[in-house]
Design a protein around this ligand. Structure first.
Ligand code: MLT
Ligand code: MN
Ligand code: ZN
Length: 299
C-alpha cells in the first residue's frame, strides 16, 4: 500500500495567512528550518494507478499539481481519484471538495452524520449527484475503498467541527462526528487518525500490532496557542490531545506495538515543526516521525 502525504499541517496551514507566531515566521524567512506545509490530507493507492483521497483540504488543487500520479491521463477528462473519504466536517478536511466539481465521477465516503453536515451546506451541491456518489460509512464496518483495499472507519474521541459548535460542546465524545481510518492489505494494518482527543484503552488495543500509524500531531503542549499569544484555546478544547507530557500521545502510545509512527495534522504553533528544535529531537527520540507534504509511506 502506498500513502502520499498531500498536506501535513492542521487547520490554517503553515505558515497561516494571518499568523506571526515564531514557527510561522520561520516558515516565511527560513523554509529550510521550517518547511511550509499545506492542510490535512493523504492519498492512498495499491497500484499507483487508482487513488483514494482521505480528507480534502482547501489546497487540493495545488496538492494535485505537485503529484503527477494524481493527475489526469489521456486526451479529455479523466482522474485517477476513485474515491474521497472524509474523517470529520472540519474546513481543512472538506473545503477542497468544492474544487473537485467539474463532473468527474467519484465516490464520497463519510459517516451518515458527516454526510448530513455536507447536505446541510448547499454549496456542496456543486458535486453533481449524477457524478459524485455519496456513500454512507457505518462505524466499524469494512468497505472496499479501492479494488482490493479494505477500509474501516471507527469512532475516536473528538469534537464537532468549529462552525457547528453550539452553546454546549461535547468534547471527547465518541460517535460519527470524528473518525479514524483503518486500512488493511495482506494482513498489514495502517491507521490514519488526524484528530483525537484522547487515547482510550480501546483505541490502544486496536492500534496494537499496526504496521503504520499516522496520528494527530496538532499541538506539542496543551496551552501552546495561549503561550504563543495567538489564541485562548487549549488543545483539549479543540478536541486534540497534545504530543508531550503525562497526558500526551507519545506517552499514551509508548507501550503499544506500532512499527512506524508518524505525526500528521500539525498545527503551525507546534515547535516540532522546527527541524533542529529540542521538541523535534524529543519526538524523534521517542520513535516518532514528523510528516511533511510529499512524504511517501509504503506499508
Ligand atoms: C481542527 O482540527 O481543530 C480544526 O481544523 C480547526 C479549524 O477549524 O481551524
Ligand atoms: Mn483540523
Ligand atoms: Zn503560526
Amino acid at each position: 500500500m502506498r500513502v502520499r502525504v498531500l498536506g501535513a499541517a492542521a487547520g490554517g496551514g503553515l505558515p497561516q495567512w494571518n499568523c506571526c507566531c515564531s514557527v510561522c515566521r520561520l516558515a516565511r524567512t527560513d523554509p529550510q528550518r521550517v518547511i511550509p506545509r499545506t492542510q490535512s490530507s493523504i492519498a492512498v493507492s495499491i497500484d499507483g494507478e487508482q487513488w483514494a483521497l482521505i480528507n480534502c483540504a482547501p489546497e487540493i488543487l495545488a496538492q494535485l499539481q505537485r503529484e503527477p500520479a494524481l493527475q489526469p491521463k489521456g486526451h479529455d477528462r479523466h482522474t485517477p481519484i476513485q474515491s474521497v473519504l472524509v474523517t470529520n466536517g472540519d474546513v481543512d478536511h472538506v473545503a477542497g471538495l468544492l474544487s473537485l466539481r467539474e463532473r468527474s465521477p467519484f465516490r464520497l465516503h463519510a459517516t451518515p452524520e458527516i454526510h448530513g453536515v455536507l447536505r446541510d451546506n448547499p454549496i456542496f451541491n456543486v458535486l453533481a449527484a449524477d457524478c459524485v456518489k455519496r456513500c454512507d460509512m457505518a462505524l466499524d464496518s469494512r468497505i472496499e475503498l479501492l479494488p482490493g483495499l479494505m477500509a474501516t472507519v471507527f469512532a475516536v474521541p473528538g469534537k464537532t467541527a468549529l462552525y457547528l459548535e453550539g452553546d454546549q460542546v461535547d468534547i471527547g465524545g465518541e460517535g460519527e462526528s470524528t473518525v479514524g481510518v483503518e486500512f488493511e492489505l495482506d494482513g498489514q494494518r495502517l491507521y490514519y487518525i488526524p484528530g483525537c482527543a484522547t487515547v482510550t484503552p480501546r483505541l490502544a488495543q486496536r492500534l496494537d500490532g499496526a504496521a503504520t500509524l499516522l496520528f494527530d500531531g496538532t499541538l506539542w503542549r496543551d496551552d501552546e496557542m495561549i503561550l504563543a499569544g495567538v489564541g485562548q484555546k487549549t488543545g483539549q478544547r479543540m478536541g486534540h490531545m497534545s504530543m508531550s507530557g503525562d497526558d500526551g500521545s507519545m506517552k499514551a502510545l509508548s507501550d503499544v506495538a506500532i512499527y512506524r509512527r508518524i505525526f500528521i495534522h500539525i498545527n503551525n504553533t507546534n515547535p516540532v515543526l522546527i527541524e533542529d528544535s529540542p521538541e523535534r529531537r524529543e519526538a524523534e527520540g521517542a520513535g516518532w516521525e514528523i510528516a511533511f507534504d510529499g512524504m511517501e509511506i509504503t506499508s
